[in-house]
Design a binder for this molecule. Sequence first.
Ligand code: SAM
Length: 289
Amino acid sequence: MSVPDPSYYIQKTAYKGFGLFAKRKIFRGELIISEQPLFTYDRDKNYLTHQIEEKIKILSIEDKSLFNSLFDCYLPKSPTPIGIAETNSLPLGSFSNIYGIFPTISRINHSCVPNVYHSWNCFKKFETVYALKDIEKNEEIVTSYIDLYADRDTRKNQLKKSFRFICCCQICKNDSSNIKKSDIRRKVLNQLDQEIALFAFKNPEKAIIKGEQLLKYLKDEDMYYLANYVGRIAYDVFQIMLTNIKTNKKLSATIDIWARLVIENFLICSGNYDDCNLKDHLEIFANKF
Ligand SMILES: C[S@@+](CC[C@H](N)C(=O)[O-])C[C@H]1O[C@@H](n2cnc3c(N)ncnc32)[C@H](O)[C@@H]1O
């Protein structure tokens, strides 16, 4: 089921195949698409081709033709079911082996400066797409296929290997001195991200400082609008503060600010924070002061 009166349209692009575009101005935090999968499959299984072919067999005629119309980046001239599935499938949750085929969301092209975030809503069983920033009428709607803490060459190699294209987004085609600066900042982001987990138990004060530094680097790299990244960092810091609240009140003095940051950013990128383990705690602290 899609949102009634969609705010997007699908159109052929100059060099990216089809893409999704804004039919009108879309605002940050707006739900753009909510879509059920045509079918799902277990990507961990060896007999992948057989599994996908069996799933296609039981689709309705319309759904079969929808599936067959999707792009195969591996064999574009003579698409195969496995090629179409591997070009377009999305995991149902961050670490899931179960992947789904979503005919409309599959048309969204990649950018390392995405303007939307897609994720699986495990309660409603829909893949949703929310706007991370205001999107102007006729602007292309773009998502990220990869980890954006990676440097330019790593991003380029991943996209080439998995999706067979060279990214020409505004940060990938920057001049070399700007790319160098961006790569250094992303390397630091990656390192700080790992250090939060490393210090969470043995030195929580330090882990919180790493979280604050992460947000600063995200701002410097113009990534602070990425509510999925900001929300996750804030959630990590909130969790550390909550764990230590009884033993170290000073350490958790700003817990309300972090709780609000989690809620605000989770709402923007996925419209809810229902699947958070700490939902009740978040609400209590966000409203406490
Ligand atoms: C999931 S599909 C996206 C929709 C696709 N363009 C279509 O026509 O259906 C992924 C494929 O789109 C193309 N694509 C996505 N983002 C691109 C980009 N930024 N530049 C060039 N091609 C891109 C690549 O061929 C990639 O393998």
